[in-house]
Design a protein around this ligand. Structure first.
Ligand SMILES: [Zn+2]
Length: 249
C-alpha cells in the first residue's frame, strides 16, 4: 500500500491518553480531491483528517496517526464523547452533487487496504469501524446511503449482526414487556442506544428521530432498503441488538 505524504495539514492537536479504537469514514462533499486537500490543509477551516482517498485510489496522509485530527466534530458513541482523540479519520473523495458522485472501484479497493492495515495495527474491533453519520446522526449523513457497507461487512470490516435463536430473542421480548416498554419507538430507541447511538435528541423530536433512523438505515440496510417497511427496520434493529447482547463476536 502506497501512502502519499506530499500534502500536510496543521489542523490537529494532541490526542488524550486513550488508545486508538475507532476508524471513522467520511465523504468530502467537494468536487475533487485537489479541492478537498486544499480545504483540509487550510488553517482557517479548522478541519482535517488522517487520510483522504481519491477517486483513482491514491491514499494521501495529511495528519500523523499519532495526532488528533479534526474530522469528527461534536460526536458520541457509547460513552465516548471525544471521538477525534480515539479515532483515525478517513475522507473519501465523493460528492453527491458532482462528477465524483460514485464510490469508484479503485477508491474502495484502496479503502479496504487501508482499513485492513489500520484494523490490524491498532487491533480495532469491527464494531468500531463507523461512519460520521453513526457518531453524529443529527448533523451528518456521510458516507451516505450509497456507500458499500455490505462489502466491508463481508470482509469483517464492519459489524454484521448474527442470527440469534428464537428462545433467546423471546427472553428479551419478555424483558421489554416486564418493564412496560410497549411502543416500537421506545424499544427502537433503547436498542439503538445499546448499539452505541446518541439517542438524546430523538426522544422528544420527531425530525431528529427520523435523522437517526435514516442514518441507521444507510449503514445497516443499504440503499435498496432505504424505503423499507417499518417491520423490516424493526426486525433489523432487533437482530442487531440481540446479536450484540447474546453473541461474542
Ligand atoms: Zn464527515
Amino acid at each position: 500500500m502506497k501512502l502519499i505524504h506530499k500534502f500536510k495539514s496543521l489542523n490537529y492537536d494532541k490526542r488524550n491518553n486513550k488508545r486508538i479504537s475507532f476508524l471513522i469514514l467520511h465523504y468530502t462533499a467537494l468536487p475533487s480531491v485537489e479541492d478537498s486537500i486544499k480545504y483540509l490543509c487550510d488553517k482557517k477551516n479548522k478541519v482535517s483528517c488522517h487520510y483522504i482517498i481519491s477517486q483513482n485510489g491514491k491514499i494521501y496522509n495529511l495528519v500523523s496517526e499519532k495526532k488528533r485530527a479534526w474530522h469528527a466534530g461534536q460526536s458520541n458513541w457509547l460513552l465516548e464523547k471525544d471521538l477525534n482523540s480515539v479515532s483515525i479519520g478517513i475522507e473519501l473523495d465523493f460528492s453527491t452533487n458532482n462528477n465524483n458522485n460514485k464510490f469508484s472501484t479503485l477508491l474502495i479497493k484502496s479503502l479496504i487496504c487501508l482499513l485492513k492495515y489500520l484494523k490490524k495495527k491498532y487491533k480495532i474491533d469491527k464494531k468500531n469501524i463507523l461512519g460520521h453519520s453513526d457518531i453524529a446522526p443529527y448533523r451528518k449523513i456521510d458516507p451516505g446511503e450509497t456507500f458499500p457497507w455490505k462489502k466491508l461487512c463481508n470482509l469483517e470490516l464492519s459489524y454484521n449482526p448474527k442470527k440469534v435463536s428464537l428462545m433467546e430473542s423471546k427472553k428479551i421480548r419478555m424483558w421489554f414487556k416486564k418493564n412496560k416498554i410497549y411502543s416500537n419507538k421506545n424499544k427502537i430507541l433503547i436498542m439503538l442506544n445499546f448499539i452505541g447511538y446518541d439517542i438524546s435528541k430523538s426522544i422528544n423530536n420527531k425530525h431528529s428521530y427520523q435523522s437517526l433512523i435514516n442514518n441507521y438505515k444507510s449503514h445497516y440496510l443499504q440503499k435498496s432498503n432505504t424505503k423499507c417497511s417499518n417491520a423490516k427496520l424493526y426486525n433489523s434493529i432487533e437482530k442487531h441488538f440481540f446479536s450484540l447482547l447474546l453473541t461474542k463476536t
